[in-house]
Design a protein around this ligand. Sequence first.
Ligand code: ADP
Ligand code: ZN
Ligand code: ZN
Length: 797
Amino acid sequence: MTAVAKVVVDVPTMQTDRPFDYAIPATLEGAIQPGMRVWVGFGRGQRQVAGMVVGVESTSAFAGDLKPILAVLDYAPVLSQAGLALSKWLADTTFAFWITCIQTMLPTMLKVDTVKTVTLGTHPTQEAQALLAGASSVPVADLPEAAVARLVQQNALSLRYEAKDRAKVKTADYVVPADLDFAAEAAKLRANAAKQRELLTLLAHWRENGEEPAVASIQAVTRPQLVAAAKRGWLTLEAREVYRAPYELLDHQAHTKPLALTPEQAQVTSTITAAVTAQQASTFLLEGVTGSGKTEVYLQVMAAALAAGRTAMMLVPEIALTPQMVRRVKGRFGAAVAVMHSGLSDGEKFDEWRRIQRGEAQVVVGARSAAFAPLQNIGVFIIDEEHESSYKQDDAPRYHARDVILHRAAEAHAPVVLGSATPSLESRARAAKNVYQRLVLPHRINQHPLPPVHIVDMRQAYQQGGQGDFSKPLLDALQLRLERHEQSVLMLNRRGYSSFVMCRECGFVVQCPNCDISLTLHMDSHSLRCHYCGHEEPIPTRCPSCGSKKIRYYGTGTQKVEQALHELLPTARVLRMDVDTTRRKGGHERILNAFGAGQADILLGTQMIAKGLDFPNVTLVGVINADNGLSMPDFRAAERTFQLLTQVAGRAGRANKAGEVVIQTFNPDHYAIQFAQNHDYEGFFAQEMAIRHRGDYPPYYYTIKLTVSHPDESQAAKAIYSMSRELTAALSPAAIVLGPSPSAIARLKNRYFYQLVVKYKREPKLDETLTRLLDETQKSTRDGFFVAIDREPQSFL
Ligand code: ADP
Ligand code: ZN
Ligand code: ZN
């Protein structure tokens, strides 16, 4: 009896979003396990597609003849049983296709590409033969496309889709000395063959010591000389698998010792450690002011998990603050640490992933997608800065890393630590209901005070001697730091805001031709770009609308502020950290290292400098414009602003020197700014909860956003209204539906977007109804519909 494999195919549509049965051919009997990728024929024409085996059974309920599995891509599962179960759970909770979830969990290197190739067709011509130049098949990408299209139409060439596995193991060449009498070989050489003599001496030495050195590590002879020696039979060159080590330099760093904990830290640590030891899946909300030593708590809790023979997983919000955090974790756990984040190359990610999968790493540190790392036997999960919105993915699958971690922790019987100085309202509210256990670190290490915060009212800044974007108090404070040889951090809040180009004569703003949004100015490339569709055009010198030359740049960019700083404080050394200066790999790290080494007086940046930085010589934090985000029509605007200001203020005065914070704002009386001034998270929480309660917002309600788009506006509108009617019929009267309405950006990439938001407390039929609606509209994808369902969206915009 042949066995049957259940395969989820790489065809992401609603109709194909389930396992299909395939026969396991006799040649592959026993070789196929769940979690392996295979090639199968699919659909009409049996197109070759990749798929994931999600189960192996002895019989099939399918009536017809089963098609066979064509080949295996993996010789060992790339997803464990637990990983497969997690992918299914992810698909169910985020309304995403199962195959999309599977791909999200695997490194990019394991994704399968299709490569278009051409072979000789049924009516070959000379031209076609010339293009192939003797090869049996050639990738279309290597050929002139127009000619290929023409020849394919004439059947002179035939087009093929070849799927290509992207997984590439990196290898390096090693020297294996041959079993020879090297002295005798040397005697045969001519007198002037000094290099060869030297190599023979080395080979004799290596063989004696059992050494097989990497070619790259050999300095005395060159690679061509080694290749020549291999031809003579003196040695063999062997390609061996190596890992690309993203943080190689750090591996050689001295190990740090655990610090003696303060009594507050010790109490918190022992509470969490007890749960680690008892294998309890409790969730702790660690609410610790900035500089209270949360990181040391994380490190010691992770150490406790390792000591108990288990592993530890730690999530950090984004690449910008990983260098310092990675250094601290690597400094403590050395080579046991695997790092996963978007700043690594695909190859590096793949290597780290394999180290984790093989059980060679006991600690994983990474950003959002590291929540899926194939770490096993996890003893504790940590989410640093748990309030950060980057933990939520915007695209399908629209998951929140916190939910993934809580799910895994329950399965693993391991505690979760959610750490923040400014917890999300959701998490803090859960702690209030004892769903999470709240732990508090109310003081900074060594009783360092939290820095005093001065609010500067920018409405009066000019009269009081300010210059441009700088008020007098901020300039004075910066000047004082220069005199004292202390450092400053300056933040330009760019949330909900970008620089654009406007005509002073007619008010024309340059817009994207494909989207209802103004183009963003990029000074580095001297162009205007659309952040949504990628459209790019040169900066106009004349207004495209009225022809006037009075076209100007608006908005305070970091470059403009940097320029102003050079004029106002000519002696100050300024480092700028923004998307433009950090685009290159390792950019963040380079800038932060330079700042840490005292090579600059001022670190100027966007909100990417607000979090995680721990520099003892920073005694001043300045915020140039606190209120950009406040004016956004977003129910989380106040929360985001409060979090940002509190976090950035926390960069000042972390060591023995007292710190100070200057916040410039046009809204000095806004409660988010007032509570941030007093470092009063609990006060902010109470007031914001009252506001959310009045407005029926989260965390009092769950929310779900449904978006429909179509190239034809009336089609999109019709679809959302019909969905709204069906949804309303299925919901209880307690649910609130906002909309339907056009989305905040009503047109993107020439598609029209309509949306609705459901606010609800308990709606047993909601998920089922949404799945049905998705199903129905998917049938009409051919008509150009696109539907997205976002559970707990970051904003309603
Ligand atoms: P948080 O993450 O809460 O903002 P950190 O973990 O960065 O705070 O700690 C702030 C500073 O205090 C760091 O420089 C850290 O090395 C130091 N620190 C933490 N715990 C201790 C301790 N127990 N003894 C001495 N220094 C400590
Ligand atoms: Zn666009
Ligand atoms: Zn104009």
